[in-house]
Design a binder for this molecule. Structure first.
Ligand SMILES: Nc1ncnc2c1ncn2[C@@H]1O[C@H](COP(=O)(O)OP(=O)(O)O)[C@@H](O)[C@H]1O
Ligand SMILES: [Mg+2]
Length: 389
């Protein structure tokens, strides 16, 4: 079973205008129909230029954002409605399950997570309102569980740590909240161990964030994330604010912790060399959508989308004898996610563009089992049926 499965995720931010009476005049389509998954102990990389929606995906996964549409499954449970307001959650459950012909009419062919909810429905005597009450019953507990199981580490440790709290105060809080430690003394003892585990010193417990270096601060953020034994950690450009030598140490730390926790990582980065080094699978994003997706090796050794080729061509090459592949480089800026180009969003910057590219957004084509690409150049490959509904 997948640890995390994101299906057709959308996150639109409304653009409001007006002073006393606000009107919604449009949407920033920050994430628009994105699907991917990650297994326990594995790392998926999410790459793309600044503004393409990477952080929004990370925040949606751990529900710092309410999602606009789509599904988020964790350990085979549909967690999509966990953090919605009650009314919206009820609407979601109705349209996804209880009033959905395809769902209620079908006993066979349901996916495991659908079957679970179907069982609740049958137990409730096929009453959708009773089934919903059953699903809402221990929602607080489920939320707390999810808050614990999915953690995030942000790019800038200074802004994610509270400057007025000591490391001890900051790190004991989640331990007490989630009842991992029974009292403050035990929590402090655990924090001291955690600090050692992430390569700091036990006596750092009484220091404030400003008394540490950037790399050390990121270690504190990591200690806070792992303190609650998460299964899933979103790492949002966790090393981009650090010196190169410190980056390597932090990456080594992530690797060690992943083995200890058997956690799944969503590694958000624009450092392609790093992604190639640590991720088993990769999704390349452009303007809120995934344009290429698959196993790291397949994508890095044989990039297909002109945008992926451009990213790779622009990445620094560690070998001085190797020449940069200049023909794949692109110019121009990422267009605005408010006013996106027609057809393929990448076509204004693409030198391989064809007529169709200006008119139709390409579906995901399956080049082989390990490699998907959304580009008309590959339309002779099989169109992928599974992921899109
Ligand atoms: N809270 C928000 N309100 C409105 N727009 C947002 C908000 N957060 C992000 N955006 C917009 O969504 C798009 C994607 O942002 P983000 O996910 O931060 O990109 P990335 O992390 O890839 O740089 C950007 O255009 C950004 O301006
Ligand atoms: Mg970001």
């Amino acid at each position: 079973m997948k640890l995390l499965e994101v299906r057709n995720l959308k996150k639109y931010f409304p653009i409001k205008q007006g002073f006393l009476i606000e009107r919604v005049v449009g949407f920033v389509k920050a994430v628009d129909d994105v699907s991917f998954s990650v297994d326990r102990g594995k790392t998926i990389g999410i790459v793309g230029e600044s503004g393409c929606g990477k952080t929004t995906i990370g925040k949606a996964i751990i529900r710092l954002h309410e999602i606009t549409d789509g599904e988020i499954l964790i350990d085979g449970e549909d967690t999509t409605f966990y953090f919605m307001r009650r009314k919206r959650a009820a609407e979601y459950l109705k349209s996804r399950y209880f009033e959905n012909e395809a769902f209620t009419g079908r006993a066979n062919g349901l996916e495991p997570f659908e079957k679970k909810i179907n069982d609740v429905y049958l137990n409730a005597g096929k009453s959708s309102s009773r089934a919903m009450s059953a699903l809402f019953e221990n929602l607080d507990e489920k939320r707390r569980y999810l808050r614990r199981k999915a953690q995030i580490v942000f790019q800038d440790p200074m802004s994610s740590l509270n400057p007025r709290m000591t490391v001890g105060q900051m790190l004991t809080e989640p331990l007490l909240f989630h009842k991992i430690a029974k009292d403050l003394d035990e929590a402090i003892e655990m924090v001291r161990e955690l600090l050692v585990q992430v390569g700091l010193k036990a006596y750092h417990v009484d220091r404030y964030p400003h008394q540490f270096s950037g790399g050390q601060r990121q270690r504190i953020a990591v200690a806070r994330a792992i303190s609650v034994n998460p299964d899933l950690i979103v790492l949002d450009e966790p090393t981009s604010a650090l010196d190169v030598s410190v980056q390597a140490q932090i990456v080594t730390l992530f690797d060690k912790l992943q083995q200890q926790l058997n956690a799944g990582y969503v590694f958000i980065s624009h450092n392609l060399a790093l992604v190639r080094f640590i991720c088993q699978t990769v999704s390349v994003m452009y303007l809120g959508r995934i344009v290429e997706q698959g196993e790291s090796e397949a994508i890095f050794s044989n990039p297909l989308h002109p945008y992926t080729k451009a990213l790779l061509a622009a990445a620094p090459i560690p070998d001085p004898n190797k020449k940069r592949n200049r023909k794949d480089l692109i110019g121009g800026q990422v267009p605005s996610p408010i006013n996106r180009p027609t057809g393929c969003f990448f076509h204004p910057r693409c030198k391989y563009r064809m007529d169709i590219c200006t008119r139709e957004y390409p579906p995901m084509f399956k080049v082989d089992e390990k490699h998907l690409v959304a580009c008309h150049l590959y339309s002779t490959s099989q169109e992928q049926g599974g992921e899109k509904k």
